[in-house]
Design a protein around this ligand. Structure first.
Ligand SMILES: Cc1ncc(COP(=O)(O)O)c(C=O)c1O
Length: 447
C-alpha cells in the first residue's frame, strides 16, 4: 500500500521512481532540468524522484505515495496544484489556441494588469524563464548607461553574465567573467567597494531569508540613483508573495527595472520584465529581446487568472499567516528541546529551516529531518514555500511531524548516529557558491 500524509509505519516504496531514474542516468545529464528538483537535493534511496500528480498542496509520486508539498515546484504554485480558476482559464484559452501568428489580446490585458499592481511597471515585456528577463534587464542597463560591469548578490539564472561569478562557470569566456562582480547582502561597505565608474547595473533579490538591516535596500537604491547605476530587483521569489506588488510595494522602493516569474502564473512558464519607460523603450530599436513563445496565450491566461486571484483574495496575507505558524511553531519546538543548532528563519511566505555545524554536518542533519518528513508524507527540503492551498490542518500536521522528528534528531545527535541513521545518500548543497562573497572590480587585481 502506498503511503499517505499520515504517520506511516515505513518509508515510501519508490521502485517506479528508481526505475525511471535508472533510465535517465547517462541519457539526461544531471537527470534533471531544474537543479533543485533533482536527486542531489533529496536523500537518494528514500525520497521519491518523480511526481505524477498534484492537487492543492498535495502531490503524488509515480509509486502512488501522497505528500504534502513544501516546495511547490520551486515557487510557481502560489495558489496550489490544479487550482480551479486558473485551470479553467487555461482550458478556455486552449479551446481557442495556444500560440498564434500575430499578437494576442492577453499581452495587452496582462500588461495593463501588471501596471495596476506593480509600482514600477510603466512598461512591461513578457518572456518564458527567469533567466530570460534578468538577462534582458542586464542588456538594457548596459545600453542605457553605456557602461559594462554588473554587480549582483544572489542567484539570477543560468546565463553567461551571471553564472560567471559562480563555481560552475566553465564555458563562460574570460572577457565575460571580467564584467560581473558580487557584493555581500546587508554590507554597504562591500557594496560601495565593489562599485566603480563602469558599473551599469546592480541586480539583487530584495530579500532572500535575511531582512535588510539599517535601511540597506534604501541605501543601495540611493547610491545607484546618485551614481547613475540601473537598479534591478530580481523578484522571482518576492513577487506576488511578499505583497501583491512584491518587494517594491513591501519596502516602498521603485527599482528602475524588475523581473518576475515563479508565482505569477501558478505553474505556467512565463516571466516578466517591468520598468521605467525611458529604459524599457530601448527595446523599441536599439536592443533586441524577442522570442517565439513570448506571447504564448495559455501562460498569459494563467497569469491573468493568478494575478487577479492573488489581488482579490489578498493571497500574500494568507501566506503570511500560515507561514508565521510554521516558522514560530518550528522554533518553539526546537527551543523547548534545547536544540540551539537549528532554527527556521526568513520571510513567512518562504522560510528556511537550517542547521549549524555545532551539532555535526548540516547536510547530514538536513538529510535526517528530510528522511523522517518523507516517512510522514511531507515533501521537504528545508523550505516552507507556502501556497494558498496550505490549510490550517496541513500546518498543524506539519508541526506535529516536527514534534515527533526533532526529539529523535536530538537523540541521534547526542548518540552521534545521525549519519548511520540515514537510509540513503545525503543531500548535497543546492549550489556551491552563489552568494555572500565579494569580488571587486579593482583595476589590476586578478580575480
Ligand atoms: C531569484 C532568481 N532569479 C532568477 C532565477 C532564474 O529563473 P529561471 O530558472 O526561470 O531561469 C531564479 C530561479 O530559481 C531565481 O530564484
Amino acid at each position: 500500500m502506498a503511503n499517505g500524509v499520515i504517520f506511516n509505519d515505513d518509508y515510501p516504496g519508490i521502485a517506479q521512481s528508481d526505475a525511471l531514474y535508472q533510465r535517465a542516468l547517462g541519457l539526461i545529464p544531471n537527470v534533471t532540468q531544474t537543479l533543485a528538483k533533482g536527486p542531489s537535493q533529496y536523500v537518494n534511496g528514500v525520497a521519491p524522484k518523480y511526481l505524477a500528480k498534484g492537487k492543492g498542496a498535495r502531490v503524488w509520486d509515480v509509486d502512488g505515495n501522497e505528500y504534502l508539498d513544501y516546495n511547490m515546484a520551486i515557487g510557481p504554485l502560489s495558489l496550489g496544484y490544479a487550482y480551479p480558476k486558473v485551470d479553467a482559464a487555461i482550458k478556455q484559452q486552449l479551446e481557442d489556441g495556444i500560440t498564434f501568428s500575430l499578437m494576442h489580446p492577453l499581452e495587452v490585458e496582462v500588461a495593463e494588469l501588471l501596471r495596476e499592481v506593480l509600482p514600477n511597471a510603466e512598461s512591461v515585456r513578457f518572456s518564458k524563464s527567469g533567466a530570460d528577463v534578468t538577462s534582458a534587464a542586464i542588456r538594457l542597463a548596459r545600453a542605457f548607461t553605456g557602461k559594462d560591469k554588473i554587480l549582483c548578490c544572489g542567484y539570477h539564472g543560468w546565463h553567461d553574465w551571471y553564472v560567471s561569478v559562480t563555481t560552475r562557470n566553465r564555458g563562460v569566456p574570460q572577457a565575460v567573467r571580467d564584467l560581473t562582480y558580487t557584493f555581500n547582502y546587508n554590507d554597504l561597505d562591500s557594496f560601495r567597494s565593489s562599485l566603480d565608474g563602469n558599473v551599469a547595473a546592480v541586480i539583487l533579490e530584495p530579500v532572500t531569508f535575511t531582512e535588510p538591516k539599517e535601511n540597506f535596500l534604501h541605501a543601495v537604491s540611493e547610491i545607484c540613483h546618485r551614481e547613475g547605476v540601473v537598479l534591478i530587483f530580481d523578484e522571482m521569489w518576492t513577487g506576488f508573495r511578499l505583497a501583491v506588488g512584491g518587494a517594491q510595494e513591501y519596502f516602498g522602493i521603485k527599482p528602475d527595472l524588475a523581473t518576475y516569474s515563479k508565482a505569477v502564473a501558478n505553474g505556467m512558464p512565463i516571466s516578466m520584465l517591468t520598468g521605467k519607460h525611458e529604459i524599457m523603450q530601448l527595446n523599441e530599436d536599439d536592443c533586441f529581446f524577442f522570442t517565439t513563445f513570448g506571447g504564448e496565450a495559455l501562460s498569459l491566461a494563467a497569469a491573468k487568472a493568478t494575478i487577479t486571484e492573488i489581488r482579490d483574495r489578498n493571497v500574500p496575507a494568507y501566506l503570511d499567516e500560515q507561514g508565521k505558524k510554521l516558522r514560530s511553531g518550528y522554533n518553539a519546538i526546537a527551543e523547548k528541546l534545547g536544540l540551539n543548532f537549528t532554527r527556521c528563519t526568513g520571510y513567512t511566505c518562504r522560510s528556511l529551516v537550517s542547521f549549524d555545524a555545532s551539532a555535526g554536518d548540516p547536510l547530514l542533519l538536513k538529510s535526517f529531518v528530510q528522511q523522517e518528513m518523507i516517512k510522514r508524507g511531507i515533501l521537504w527540503s528545508g523550505f516552507h514555500t507556502v501556497s494558498f492551498s496550505h490549510t490550517d490542518s496541513d500546518i498543524d500536521y506539519t508541526l506535529r511531524a516536527y514534534e515527533e522528528i526533532l526529539p529523535i534528531l536530538k537523540q541521534a545527535v547526542e548518540q552521534n548516529s545521525v549519519g548511520d541513521s540515514l537510509r540513503g545518500v545525503p543531500v548535497q548543497p543546492v549550489f556551491r557558491k552563489t552568494t555572500d562573497f565579494n569580488t571587486k572590480p579593482v583595476a589590476g587585481v586578478e580575480r
